[in-house]
Design a protein around this ligand. Structure first.
Ligand SMILES: [Zn+2]
Length: 267
């Protein structure tokens, strides 16, 4: 089995996780910028985090033969502080030329507030001006449907944005078609306590089709499973999906989306 892990917060994980992922067939890992589990007190905290994502973490992953890529932004939760958010936005162009940077993400909404929406719009503008791919985080549970609609509206209102260069992550049964029908890519997140289990994820792809969808584990500092993608592949094989169908979903699809960035190159 081979796969690409398109969404994992490896700064929160141990080196044994890198080793286990590599042994399970992981060929590349991609790390969106996100909330650290606490609010950072200044833009300097983000400067250091962006250095970690673009310098230290790729070196750590390389020890296990894993190419490491990342996405940059200020996450929606900390975007509530608009002064801080704008200071962080101003730092990002200085990092976009680093060799492992794929685009702007994971941007989006958390509580669907006015401030979050304003900063989301500024991230979309930044991505358009620098011709970057976009990775979007959608809110949890009861805020998800409304948040997803607000995000799609904002993206569609900007004529510079091509939906095929945007992935809307953490889709669920009630948002997946909305995203795919509008021409965007959809990400299904496998997470033990919220989001999808492997069985639910396979149900979803069986219904929605396997065209522009990727699976990811989004492992972070909380209860999460770095091997959730290969575990879901086993569930697909158990249900009778062919090895080729599984390979297309967990390797071919992320490869196709991510290769739109000239920086995403794997052997
Ligand atoms: Zn994430």
């Amino acid at each position: 089995m081979r796969y690409i892990e398109p969404h994992a917060h490896m700064v929160s994980r141990t080196t044994s996780d890198y080793e286990a992922m590599r042994l399970a067939g992981c060929e590349a890992v991609c790390e969106p910028a996100f909330w650290a589990g606490f609010d950072r007190s200044s833009a300097d905290g983000f400067y250091d985090y962006f250095c970690q994502l673009t310098d230290y973490e790729p070196k750590r992953a390389a020890k296990f033969g894993l190419p490491h890529f990342c996405w940059l932004c200020i996450n929606p939760k900390e975007s509530e502080d608009m002064v801080l958010a704008r200071e962080v936005l101003a730092l990002i162009p200085g990092f976009l030329e680093r060799p492992n940077v794929l685009g702007i993400g994971e941007i989006g909404l958390n509580k669907n507030t006015r401030n979050e929406l304003a900063i989301l719009e500024e991230h979309i503008d930044l991505a358009a001006r620098f011709n970057q791919l976009i990775l979007v985080h959608t809110p949890h549970l009861e805020d998800k449907l409304k948040g997803t609609k607000l995000i799609l509206d904002l993206l569609q209102a900007d004529s510079r944005i091509q939906p095929g260069r945007v992935i809307i992550d953490h889709v669920e049964e009630h948002t997946v078609s909305l995203v795919l029908d509008a021409g965007f890519w959809a990400g299904i997140t496998l997470y033990p306590e919220s989001k999808a289990t492997p069985a639910r994820a396979v149900d979803m792809v069986e219904r929605a089709g396997m065209q522009n969808i990727w699976l990811n584990c989004a492992c972070d500092w909380g209860r999460s499973e770095p091997l959730a993608v290969p575990q879901t592949a086993l569930e697909m094989r158990r249900r009778g999906h062919s090895a080729k169908a599984v390979d297309d979903l967990i390797y071919g699809n992320p490869l196709r989306f991510l290769s739109q960035s000239p920086r995403f190159r794997i052997e």
